[in-house]
Ligand binder design. Structure first.
Ligand code: ZN
Length: 311
């Protein structure tokens, strides 16, 4: 396991209004706001991280809220559906909650023998709740409204939509150690045995579907998890050895990262477990302070004035 890709690390998506995003993910969905920081390349924009109590890899969803950006459209070359694991018997709770908060959802259905419930976030990002057939023993983050018997456990998996799944499948199986599990229609399920959860990637093949266009309500990239920087650099060699362009190691404060675009067009990242979300806030305070990287600290006052209120 030490030298492997250990499932998903995080997923990053784009939102429009910051306050709407925070309210939906923390209040309606009941995730923990782990970190409130800024886009390191654009400090006038927030970067929000949501997840479980400690921001465990495989639970982390992050957003860049670009106020007034307008919606993108999901399509090929993109991650198009984020699946969260939930306990058996929780769908009645979630359907009521979605009704109460005017969330668009579909009636529950099944794929690969697993019940799922699809819904849209306020910007139209597609998510689903899944009851995994092999269970899930991760500890949920609880809120007053969303308690452990119904709360999300982190990611079950993610769907990538592609014109042709073969080149992407080759990256997953030949570089990342995933294996083909099963197929249903044009949906091909891949899984890694390195971890028990956040282990699934579904590839959906739609040859005639237009390419996705980035904007609010679309996913920006998905990040795969590795233990540390040694393993990260091991995968850098493997990826570049296949003739794919990959970045240098980038310090993202809470993890170290590499990025490359897989041949199907989806932006892939590989990210480390270290150092984690406890480096600049105590565990009980995660998400309460606006945290800036050192280069922006001298401009804190100005940045705080530009960032929209999320109160
Ligand atoms: Zn990322």
């Amino acid at each position: 396991m030490e030298n492997q890709i250990m499932g998903l690390h995080h997923i990053t998506a784009i939102a429009d209004r910051a306050k709407t995003n925070v309210d939906f993910y923390t209040k309606v969905l009941g995730l923990r706001l782990l970190k409130k920081t800024v886009n390191f390349d654009d400090p006038g924009t927030y970067h929000f991280y949501y997840g479980d109590e400690k921001g465990s890899a495989g639970t982390i969803l992050t957003f860049f809220p670009y106020e007034g950006a307008g919606r993108g459209s999901a399509g090929t070359g993109m991650a198009t559906n984020i699946a969260y694991s939930v306990p058996e018997g929780s769908f009645d709770f979630w359907v009521n909650r979605f009704e109460e908060h005017n969330i668009i959802y579909n009636k529950p259905s099944q794929k690969f023998g697993e019940p799922y419930l699809t819904f849209l976030d306020p910007d139209g990002l597609k998510l689903e709740l899944v009851v995994p057939r092999n269970g899930d023993n991760r500890v949920a983050w609880e809120t007053a409204d969303v308690q452990a018997n119904v709360a999300t456990r982190g990611f079950h998996g993610v769907t990538l939509t592609l014109k042709d799944i073969k080149p992407t499948a080759a990256v997953l199986t030949e570089i990342f150690g995933y294996r083909f599990l099963e197929k249903s229609g044009n949906r091909y399920r891949y899984i890694t045995d390195a971890v028990e959860s956040a282990a699934i990637i579904d590839l959906v093949e739609l040859p005639n579907e237009p390419r996705g266009v980035g904007g609010a309500g679309t996913n920006h990239h998905i990040a795969f998890r590795v233990k540390n920087e040694d393993v990260l650099m091991h995968f850098r060699q493997k990826v570049s050895g296949r003739g794919l362009n990959i970045t240098e190691k980038i310090d993202r404060n809470y993890f170290y990262s590499l990025y490359f675009r897989e041949p199907g067009g989806v932006l892939f990242e590989i990210a480390t477990d270290n150092p984690g979300f406890g480096i600049d806030e105590s565990w009980d305070q995660l998400g309460t302070n606006l945290l800036l990287p050192p280069q922006y600290e001298p401009h804190r006052k100005e940045i705080e004035r530009i960032l929209p209120s999320i109160k």
